[in-house]
Design a protein around this ligand. Structure first.
Ligand code: COI
Length: 456
């Protein structure tokens, strides 16, 4: 109907095998490889179109440009005294910077073996990035506040469209694992993820600054220590308490082993150290990390003490040093008693050689389910916490169990926490006291003076 269908009968387009069928959409910007499997299962795979591979001139131009990396402090200083002139500058920075960052990643994807880029999930990400690159490249300069409003709507649309990039990437890379050496696979994934975080930070920060400026102009500015998406006085203990409250309300996959009242039966999470410390950071990033680490600790503690009436507590210690805010989350969940994992850092790996779970059917199935959802993973954590906050405000019974589905287990929480921690020069270290428990050490820069990671 709406597509021209070609039979590829020679080797002119090396991307395809002889006798593959492809469909190309009207504007020739994407192609669909219709596999032989179509006949059996009705499967159509979207793949990076050959047209992209042969129409790379613009991409090359952008990929040759250097990215203009920022520090958290620059984002705060620039955003603090917002006015019309500054917000327009910010808009045009985002408009011109994002296509450069995307072009770098597209170019890198093109250097991967073809069998990798065509894997389910990765092909989708490639298409999304290509489309976003073209849209940014063509977006006209922004000169007025009204044009900036339209630009923010455009950005919101793209953020939403890209919400499922992480599970799609993870699925694609897990499936590619047999074709890529572990170091190459992990360094590629790291660059993809850091760059993605960086792009979303720039887009979300700009949207938040625009919203705040509008509120100020309307005379509605409420007092807050936020500048854009940065909380300039973020309290770690508050974030730990919030994550814990929420995690303890929602069922886990191990609950069935302990009977109906299991959700109420959790180890205590004790927060000590410099509990009053406040520092400037992106709250969503800190809470993503804390949420995932505390979730792992709660689960491991429960599994390791199946018969205990009182579960041993988890201790979260917060320490503010000269340059870093360090957190130690210490549990008695048995440590890493998995003979397949040689080193704790293998848990961050997407290669099945380092982490065999990557190719397990249950993991791939869970990733497929999450990739087809509308909602992104970071958003999921953030929205869960926002809901929890609301419940806590609305009700005396914030500890009442939540009957929604158990926390999903797709194996992304730990590697993503590592990426979030390192994006602005922090770190995440994991120490296993085998047979006893695990200590996890997220460390985040306190002063905001580090540039974004080189990978952006
Ligand atoms: C992403 O989420 O992967 C992005 O690149 C977002 C950006 C297009 C605003």
């Amino acid at each position: 109907k709406d597509e021209d269908i070609y039979v590829v009968g020679d080797e002119d387009i090396p991307a395809f095998r002889k006798n593959d069928w492809i469909g190309v959409d009207r504007d020739r910007r994407s192609a669909f490889l219709i596999l032989g499997a179509l006949r059996q299962e009705g499967l159509v795979h979207t793949i990076p179109s050959s047209a992209h591979f042969y129409d790379n001139r613009q991409l090359e131009l952008y990929a040759a440009k250097e990215t203009r990396r920022l520090t958290l402090r620059q984002l705060v200083y620039f955003g603090r005294s917002m006015n019309e002139d500054r917000i327009i500058k910010s808009a045009n920075y985002v408009r011109t910077e994002l296509p450069v960052r995307i072009a770098h990643r597209l170019r890198e994807m093109q250097t991967l073996p073809y069998v990798v880029v065509t894997q389910e999930g990765l092909a989708k990400v490639y298409e999304l990035y290509w489309s976003a690159f073209e849209k940014f490249r063509r977006y006209p300069q922004i000169n007025t506040l009204a044009e900036n409003q339209a630009f923010c709507t455009f950005l919101r649309g793209l953020l939403h469209e890209h919400a499922t990039v992480i599970p799609n990437l993870s699925l694609g890379l897990s499936l590619s694992s047999p074709y890529l050496a572990p170091d190459r696979l992990d360094s590629f994934m790291r660059r993809m993820l850091v760059s993605r975080i960086s792009r979303r930070v720039l887009a979300e920060h700009h949207i938040a600054l625009s919203r705040d400026l509008q509120a100020k102009r309307d005379g509605n500015k409420s007092p807050s220590h936020n500048v854009g998406i940065i909380d300039t006085a973020l309290n770690v203990k508050d974030s730990i308490d919030l994550c814990t409250t929420h995690l303890r309300r929602r069922p886990f996959d191990v609950d069935n082993d302990r009977g109906a009242n299991a959700t109420a039966d959790w180890p205590e999470v004790i927060v000590d150290g410099h509990v009053d410390i406040k520092f400037p950071y992106i709250k969503e990033h800190l809470e993503y990390i804390i949420f995932e680490l505390v979730k792992n600790s709660l689960r491991a503690t429960r599994i390791h003490h199946p018969a205990a009436r009182m579960l041993p507590p988890i201790r979260a210690t917060v320490v503010s040093g000269e340059n870093l805010v360090s957190i130690r989350i210490s549990d008695q969940g048995g440590g890493l008693l998995n003979p397949q994992i040689k080193s704790p850092s293998d848990l961050f790996s997407f290669s099945h050689i380092r982490n065999a779970a990557r190719l397990e059917d249950s993991r791939l199935g869970a990733l497929r389910t999450v990739s087809s959802r509308e909602q992104g993973l970071e958003a999921t954590v953030h929205e869960q916490l926002a809901t929890c906050n609301q419940i806590a405000k609305d009700s005396e019974e914030s500890d009442a169990p939540d009957r929604s589905a158990p926390h999903s287990r797709i194996g992304i929480g730990l590697p993503m926490s590592n990426i979030f921690a390192t994006y602005l020069g922090g770190s995440l270290e994991l120490v296993s006291m085998d047979g006893y428990g695990t200590d996890m050490y997220p460390r985040l820069p306190r002063l905001g003076t580090n540039l974004e990671g080189i990978e952006v």
